[in-house]
Design a protein around this ligand. Structure first.
Ligand SMILES: Cc1cc2nc3c(=O)[nH]c(=O)nc-3n(C[C@H](O)[C@H](O)[C@H](O)COP(=O)(O)OP(=O)(O)OC[C@H]3O[C@@H](n4cnc5c(N)ncnc54)[C@H](O)[C@@H]3O)c2cc1C
Length: 394
């Protein structure tokens, strides 16, 4: 059987930045299991959908970002035996470890929305959340001159769900400039009452919805999609409603955690099956040598790449503290939601688990939409991601 000290499942933002950070701290015996040949900086997907970036801007070969000294097993995990501390891969390998960190992210739950997957295949629906369809979003949006368009924010669990508002606002700004906005019916489905549950941010976003004339359907989610007749059935506390004759829908799928987490007895609930960790220490409530961060972990906060910077830092400290019998650090649920309110202005909601603002730059209100924040989100953060975050320097 194959042996390793620390086994990290998943080569996304969480897995690679954690492995890099551990290795910089002097760890050896770090293995990452990750199947995908390409690594994506996902926040730029929304800029692809807003006509401000290309897929080439956000994709790099995984081989180039796996940190020096880290072993990369190019395979995907199919099962975990938590008691034996082993994982089995699709390729038939069994890997044994002393410490297991689960960060496989979320998977699309296509079964939750009948008709949605064929609608993607047809091209009537596309979204920035489904990378294969993201390059279609901006051309489809900008080709609309009149008619009806629907946008959705995905219900939790979702990867930084409120950022699905970025293509909406970038498109509305474009339509206003070209004069098409007045002839378009723009509807937004919000899964909750408010877009972010952060009061200051919600006030700004509600003003922006009103300003662009966006009809907001609150506490509403897609029940099913009829791609042949271009109709979307939605449910809300008021009941079911059919949105007919939709010309284009930026409809984000629903998400869940990979099912092998629940199969291994490591999830709190089979659905959505997130890893059951203590949300403050990041340690599994069921197995002391198992940890989890990122989108697949039940951390009682909105998952985001920004949240991961804090999670990785605390996890590295807590893995060492657990080994040395010292007290564990506590994660306050810090997360970020960067949302464009026009083509080139962005507000940044940085909050803790209780939606209390926790700005990382003092004296500069990040909630105020600014061009400088937009520029930082579009251009500076991606550079920081590739050069520092994935190298365990931040
Ligand atoms: C469209 C979009 C826009 C976003 N915008 C922002 C933003 O503006 N700001 C922000 O802070 N955050 C944003 N996010 C969120 C951020 O990208 C995620 O929170 C972050 O990528 C989560 O990292 P992760 O490693 O947990 O999961 P992922 O990035 O999903 O990585 C998980 C990895 O695990 C691999 N994996 C899956 N199953 C297995 C398996 N069985 N075995 C081995 N490996 C497996 C996957 O292939 C994947 O590479 C956005 C996300 C999306 C989708």
């Amino acid at each position: 059987m194959d042996e390793t000290q620390v086994l990290v499942v998943g080569g996304g933002n969480a897995g690679i930045s954690l492995a890099a950070r551990l290795l910089r701290g002097g760890a050896d015996g770090v293995t990452v299991v990750a199947p995908q040949p390409l690594h994506r900086y996902k926040p730029l997907l929304n800029y692809v959908g807003g006509g401000e970036a290309t897929m080439a801007d956000l994709e790099r070969p995984t081989a180039g970002i796996v940190p020096d000294g880290c072993r990369w097993v190019r395979d995907s995990v199919e099962a975990v035996d938590a008691d034996a501390m082993t994982v089995r891969t699709r390729g038939g390998q069994t890997l044994h470890c002393s410490t297991l960190v689960l960060c496989p992210g979320l998977v699309e739950d296509w079964d939750a929305t009948p008709g949605l997957q064929p609608a993607y295949a047809d091209g009537w629906v596309a979204s920035t959340y489904v990378p294969g369809s993201a390059p279609q979003v901006w051309p489809r949006l900008t080709s609309l001159r009149s008619g009806s368009v629907v946008f959705t924010v995905p219900p939790e669990p979702a990867s930084c769900g409120p950022t699905a508002l970025k293509p909406l606002f970038m498109a509305c700004d474009h339509w206003r400039r070209t004069g098409a906005l007045a002839d378009l019916r723009v509807r937004l489905l919000l899964p909750a009452r408010h877009p972010t549950d952060v009061r200051e941010a919600d006030e700004i976003l509600d003003r922006a919805f009103a300003d662009y004339g966006i009809e907001v359907l609150r506490e509403t989610r897609i029940a099913d999609v009829d791609w042949a007749s271009h109709a979307i059935t939605v449910t809300s506390p008021a009941g079911r409603q059919v949105l007919e004759d939709v010309d284009f829908a930026h409809a984000v799928p629903h998400y869940r955690a990979p099912s092998w987490i629940a199969d291994a007895g490591l999830a709190a609930d089979p659905t959505p099956g997130l890893v059951d960790v203590d949300p403050t220490t990041l340690r599994s409530r069921r197995h002391g040598a198992i940890w989890s961060i990122g989108d697949a972990a039940a951390l009682a906060t909105r998952p985001s790449g920004g949240a991961l910077r804090r999670q990785v830092e605390i996890l590295v400290q807590n893995m060492a503290a657990a080994r040395d019998g010292k007290p564990l650090q506590r994660y306050d649920g810090y997360t970020v939601m960067p949302i464009t309110v026009s083509r080139r202005k962005l507000l940044l909601a940085e909050v803790d688990r209780d939606s209390r603002p926790t700005p990382s730059v003092p004296f500069l209100d990040p909630m105020k939409p600014r061009r400088a924040t937009w520029f930082a989100d579009r251009y500076l953060l991606p550079r920081t991601y590739w050069r520092r975050i994935l190298r365990g320097k931040l």
